[in-house]
Write a protein that binds this ligand. Sequence first.
Ligand code: BES
Ligand code: MN
Ligand code: ZN
Length: 508
Amino acid sequence: MDLRVQQASVTEIDTPLLIVNLFEGVTQPEGATGAVDRALGGQISQLIADGEITGEPATVTVIHTNNGHSGLKARRVAVVGLGKQSDPEQERFENARVAAALAARKARELKVDSFATIVHGAGAGGLSLETAARATMESSILALYRYEQFKEATKSNHSVGACTIVEQDAERTRALEQQAELARVTCDAVMKVRDLSVGPGNYVTPTFLADTAREVASAHGLEIVVWGKDELKAHGMNAILAVNAGSAQPPAFVAMKYSAPAATKTLAVVGKGITFDSGGISIKPADHMEYMRHDMTGAATVIGFMQLAAATHLAVNVLGVFAATENLPSGSSYKPGDVFKAYNGKTMEIVNTDAEGRVILSDSLAYAVEQKPDAIIDFATLTGACQVALGDHATGLMTNNQRLADQLLAAGEKSGDRCWQLPLWKVYGEQIKTAMADVRNSGGRRAGAITAALFLKEFVADVPWIHLDIAGTAYADGEQTYVAPYNPKPGATGVGVRLLWHFCQSWT
Ligand code: BES
Ligand code: MN
Ligand code: ZN
């Protein structure tokens, strides 16, 4: 869908569907909604008085405008609810995102070719124009995302071609045009992560991920190194090879680099790239094992963010690293009781082959450390324990550096990709000690998200590091009670891309 910005008045814009909004409790709408109300002879304020339009979050009311006989050129108006103006900022931000998403979905349901909308939630005492604009634009686009690559006979027959942001003021229109360009490339990156994450495991293989990384690198002039099995052997990346041992698909190790012209800092972003996680010899139950095709979402996040870093000429250097492989049982699989030496020389005892993410991340993190970045942030669908602890609405954050973590937590609030911290107290480390090696790959069920992170910590040396466990936030599996309307259900969210972008805007 095209995103456009047009300087116009809401009464003059010619569109099959015009979206305006209302805060809860307002009886006489002002601003754009007020102008539309007047042009409709007070129809909106009448519907408010009747109790049909309330301004409550997640409400949409469509009004047919008696085309040609009202003071509007728009053929229909939809009023979306924004909640209370007194709601905390975080809620108002979310309400704006939900309002935009539901409006876009309404446009699709009404089968219109395009729609026009005002920016939701900006203005006196509201969100900043920037925040409100990005919320409106990005949610409108992301709400209409569908993955239909493998649909044939049942492909949807209607898609909305364009969304136009209407603004009357010339200066604000220019500001909105800037935000629109950011919104377009941001959504491209988020949707790339979604496509990769949701793509079937027989299609999104380790080789496919490496090829996609190559395409992004050549489209944006990024440096890239791709290693296969031979190079992994030559470089002593035995942990990746261990997980790959049971798979017929060759592994891939990818390192990409975006260099900013005047950058002083380098951020390394590392992702887990398990293109299918059966659990291996410690095999998973059959129910819903198909969701484990999403187990490469961390690697997808790396690819998507590298693309966005280049497209927005980010001011920091970014190193993107991921290892990709399947985790399958076979006669050649790695086994519980096996011991391997990782890239940094540390040894690990495997006690559960289903704790494979941390195993491939060990080599990837150690490689990132060697590149001397100022910070490392890793993304991984790492533990069911994290999904149980935080559910679907917060990414688990664990760190060895509180100053860095505080900045990322703030970027979480700003981007909407919210994170919540879990402790990495030393005492939890007792659970991953073993007589057989330097560390073991599972600490059992208790505090499973934390012990997984403590395993990773063994491979980041003293580089400031944040581990993000996206097991709960990477995708909606269809079991959730609530999926935000800007996310597909079921499907992948693309979490993390906007988080990193906002983090890089203010990283010090
Ligand atoms: N990929 C899974 C974690 C996962 C589970 C992600 C559910 C998304 C949804 C990971 O490789 C895994 O299997 N972890 C084990 C670790 C255990 C064996 C220590 C888990 O969480 O059960
Ligand atoms: Mn696993
Ligand atoms: Zn896994």
